[in-house]
Design a binder for this molecule. Sequence first.
Ligand code: MN
Ligand code: MN
Length: 468
Amino acid sequence: MDKKKSEAELLKEKLTLKRKHAGLIMSDKDIAKCDKYCKRYMDFLSVSKIEREAVFNTVKEAETKGFVPFDRKAKYKAGDKVYYVNRGKAVIFAVIGKKKVAEGINIMAAHIDSPRLDLKQNPLYENEEHAYFKTHYYGGIKKYQWGTIPLALHGAIVKADGTVINVNIGEDENDPVFCVTDLLPHLAQEQMKRTPAELLKGEELNVLIGSRPFKDDDVSEKVKLAILSILNDKYGITEADFVSAELDAVPAGKARDVGLDRSMIGAYGHDDKVCSYTAFSALIDMKGIPERTALVILTDKEETGSDGNTGLKSAYLRYFISDLAEMFGEKGRHVLSKSRCLSADVNAGFDPGFPDVLEKRNAAIMSHGVCVTKFTGARGKSGTSDASAEFVAEVRRLLDDNDVIWQTGELGRVDLGGGGTVAAYIANLDVDTIDVGVPVLCMHAPFELVSKFDVYQTYKAFEAFCKS
Ligand code: MN
Ligand code: MN
């Protein structure tokens, strides 16, 4: 029997903000939908480890839903679905809405690059009958985490004549994998005196790729020669072709259910494929014609600072929107200034094992839903675009009206660390922009964790935004 609530209890219920586990709010039917959706996300993630693969796989899926390449000379009408690929490493998808573009469009932005070990341009060498690839790490990593794990090789080699060879070795169970070696504890006394940042140094992140010599007594570096011979047989390349290659060593293996309750997903590259895929799939799953034009941009180079022509500091989003605006007789800047953006990137989830780095009242808690982050930045909010209270109110209303479970959170304690996302670059185009995303544990590690509930609530948030 319910005990009658006291006046104070009733008042508390009415006046205070409550934070609740999504599992206490979601219906069984909703949870089943969530688990089904997460399988779909995991299938995508397992085959989309680098930006080129994410572009290829999203375009392939979008085409099955009627998306066609954007033609700036065409005349589109409400309901038309287009995509624009930027150099194979970034992509924009759009569904034309009923309202005039001059009334503003809905933008969802996320990134499809993830931290990894990039091969150098002259990577192959032999050292004491072992063959290796030299790497330069990409993005912010704890280098020691990348030793002694199976690595796969993904990317593209472009021959001097322009032929592109796509490379993917280490994902099929019959494929070989590769490895950065580390010392045995028995002989690591000196190594263990190094600072953690240097336990494995940048120039020690060398990927072991072979150890059998080419059978011939006359040449030097026989193991390297044997490797070159294998590569020549398989891809028709020579050592000089590495110069024009983009090859990345990434953790091998598929996304996995984590926990006896299968409540989490463990995988390489949740940051930021988890926001990319939720935004993308919400757009392509949309039924009917949206009020406003809805656009998803999946960008490259976020992990290295968003520079370069495939990063969001580049003009390609602005140019795309200008082309779209001109098609309807409008100026790009007038469209942008009326537009809204959910900048979708992962946030640091509260880790009970390391409670001190976050301020719990303002931290993203796993399984508490999609996280809305008003500001990012570091040390005095430096570098943040800081969404206006008016826009936060708009987003808050949208999420509540659509029964999306959400929370707010910031990236770490004041003055401890911090970070930024692509939000600032879109906000700088005069667009109302706010960060949203999935809380992640072990961010930037070879194996990152997210809650399935949060993935699904993020998808629901984008679904609501697409229609709004
Ligand atoms: Mn990110
Ligand atoms: Mn990141």
